[in-house]
Design a protein around this ligand. Structure first.
Ligand SMILES: Nc1ncnc2c1ncn2[C@@H]1O[C@H](COP(=O)(O)OP(=O)(O)OP(=O)(O)O)[C@@H](O)[C@H]1O
Ligand SMILES: [Mg+2]
Length: 385
């Protein structure tokens, strides 16, 4: 999911004053010459990029050099992330001997990846040295975005660096989604945690900030019908922007007495499609199980889902863990609750009608077995027709 060019960005950020203050404080600490590392984690679209983008202004004011790079699974060749951060911008002319040697080494590695083990080790060593020494002349900040998609050699360098403590005179911010889980990322995160890195979990916006964001996007107060749909976004800013953009594109927004509201339901079908595309990254297995769970409602007991799909609870749990880590579902005791009802609805509406009816029939059976009240069982049976 690309973020930098996303339309719909409002400025200043909504509902992030505390997080911005935190990052600004850490940047000031780095400007005073103290190294700090921050692990910024949050679900897709919650605003990680927006938050670190906001560091630019503070860095300029504090005269701290800010280097950024974003990992991407489409650019996962060795050291792609670190070379984007440390080499690409310097250009051939502005390169010191270490950068020049690294550039030549990388060219050789890319030309002949198989016979490059020694070059590989040397490149890792040089990247670590560059990171360690970059702040010799002045403090700096390094933002490495989406490290959950980072190439393994870059993660290995970050892991090794963590064993030495914070990068000297630098604020290092690593942003990541909680999924997909990758052992090499988990190892780097654990090492940074042991090295005293700050963990900052970026949570969804609260209800007030959600409406404020929508009002900023449309430029006027929003009415009850649109607020109703906004309430299903679970405070995810990307979903809020999706709601507004889709309603607008479908011509479903009307202004009455200065209040803008949505009208009709036709625009909800394209909205479902947009939302389903947003969660494609979870992969077919997780999406299929969540789709089946959507039949049980906004919240469901895992054992009921297991009998619905006919799999052992342990298997369901292993698959659902990815949905949990992604924030699509949240744990409440032995229940799971969809984090964004908009997502649950999109999954439910995406089921084939025959499949949906069959699932309701099985849900009626599973819930009756589990002792659910007759009216709940009947409601499922009605939808099974
Ligand atoms: N606090 C906020 N106020 C206003 N707009 C926001 C806020 N947070 C995020 N947005 C908007 O929501 C969208 C998604 O935000 P962003 O790209 O920062 O999320 P992300 O966490 O980096 O997502 P990803 O995991 O895909 O990288 C963007 O359009 C962004 O401008
Ligand atoms: Mg991002």
């Amino acid at each position: 999911m690309s973020t930098a060019a996303e339309p719909g960005r409002t400025w200043p950020l909504v509902g992030r004053a505390a997080e911005l203050d935190d990052l600004d404080d850490l940047l000031s600490t780095a400007a005073d010459g103290v190294g700090m590392t921050v692990l910024l984690e949050g679900e897709a679209g919650v605003g990680k990029t927006s938050l670190v983008d906001a560091l630019r202004g503070s860095a300029r004011l504090l005269d701290v050099e800010l280097l950024t790079a974003r990992a991407s699974e489409l650019r996962n060749w060795p050291f792609a992330l670190l070379s984007d951060a440390l080499l690409v911008r310097s250009g051939r002319a502005g390169r010191g001997p270490v950068e020049a040697e690294l550039t030549d080494l990388l060219d050789a590695i890319y030309a002949d990846p198989v016979r490059s083990v020694a070059r590989h080790d040397r490149a890792a060593e040089l990247f670590a040295a560059l990171l360690r020494r970059h702040g010799d002349s002045r403090p700096w900040a390094l933002v490495l975005e989406d490290v959950h998609e980072a190439d393994a050699p870059s993660l290995e360098v970050l892991l090794q660096l963590a064993h030495e403590g914070a990068v000297p005179r630098a604020l290092v911010v690593l942003t990541m989604r909680p999924v997909p889980y990758r052992p090499e990322l988990a190892a780097a995160v654990a090492a940074w945690t042991r090295a005293g890195a700050r963990y900052l979990e970026l949570r969804p916006l609260n209800a007030r900030a959600t409406v404020e964001l929508a009002e900023n996007l449309v430029g006027s107060p929003v009415g009850p019908s649109l607020r109703g749909t906004l309430a299903t976004t679970g405070g995810n800013p990307r979903l809020v922007a999706d709601v507004v953009r889709t309603a607008r594109a479908a011509g479903a927004l009307v202004v009455t007495d200065g209040v803008l509201d949505s009208t009709g339901v036709a625009w909800l079908t394209p909205l479902d499609e947009v939302v389903r595309r947003r969660i494609e990254y979870l992969g077919p297995e997780v999406l299929a199980l969540l789709g089946q769970a959507s039949v049980l409602g906004t919240s469901f007991v895992i054992a009921d889902l297991a009998s619905l799909v006919g799999d052992p609870v342990g298997d369901c749990w292993r698959t659902l863990r990815h949905g949990l880590a992604a924030g699509v579902v949240r744990a409440r005791g032995d229940r799971l609750v969809f984090g964004h009802d908009l997502v649950r609805g999109a999954l439910y509406n995406g089921l084939e009608p025959d499949q949906r009816r069959a699932l309701h029939a099985r849900a009626a059976w599973a819930l009756r077995q589990a002792g659910a009240p007759p009216q709940i069982v009947t409601a499922h049976l009605e939808r099974a027709r």
